[in-house]
Write a protein that binds this ligand. Structure first.
Ligand SMILES: [Zn+2]
Length: 151
């Protein structure tokens, strides 16, 4: 399970595994809520704009065994570009009808996000959804999904 915390990338890069990652106060599993979360190593992840990999701290609940990964807020799992950049680029494309290819983000990449978003709107919000693509994006986020997640 991913937990999102505000962490400082520059400090993580500088300190590596010595970075003081926050520890969740208790297990989030219903019916467990144990306070015994122990360090469970690190997982390596890559992020846009940083020469990777970056080590992310993991904790494991001693009572139910659930593993938590501490992730930087603002990134989705398996997506290397910041959430706010993804939103910004998709909005531009939808409103202006043009791709913003600055900062090395290719049309192909952004096209994948847009296609996945449309698919997810159909799959999870259904044919009856009458909102715009942008509204669909926020609706999916609100229901806890990653709007641009590919199947
Ligand atoms: Zn637990």
């Amino acid at each position: 399970m991913s937990l999102f915390f505000v962490v400082y990338f520059k400090e993580i890069i500088r300190l590596g595994r010595r970075y003081p990652f926050p520890r969740p106060p208790n297990c989030l599993r219903e019916g467990c809520k144990s306070r015994r979360l122990w360090g469970h190593g690190y997982i390596e992840a890559y992020f846009e704009g940083y020469e990777g990999p970056i080590s992310l701290r993991r904790y494991r609940c001693r009572d139910c065994g659930r593993v938590y990964t501490i992730r930087p807020f603002g990134y989705w799992p398996r997506h290397h570009v910041e959430v706010r950049i993804i939103i910004q680029r998709l909005c531009k494309r939808i409103k202006a009808g043009k791709w913003d290819k600055s900062d090395g983000l290719t049309r192909q990449r952004q096209g994948q996000w847009l296609r996945a978003l449309k698919k997810n709107i159909m799959a999870y919000l259904g044919m009856s959804f009458r909102g715009s693509i942008t509204e669909g994006f926020y609706e999916l986020m609100y229901t806890g999904r990653i709007p641009v997640q590919r199947a």
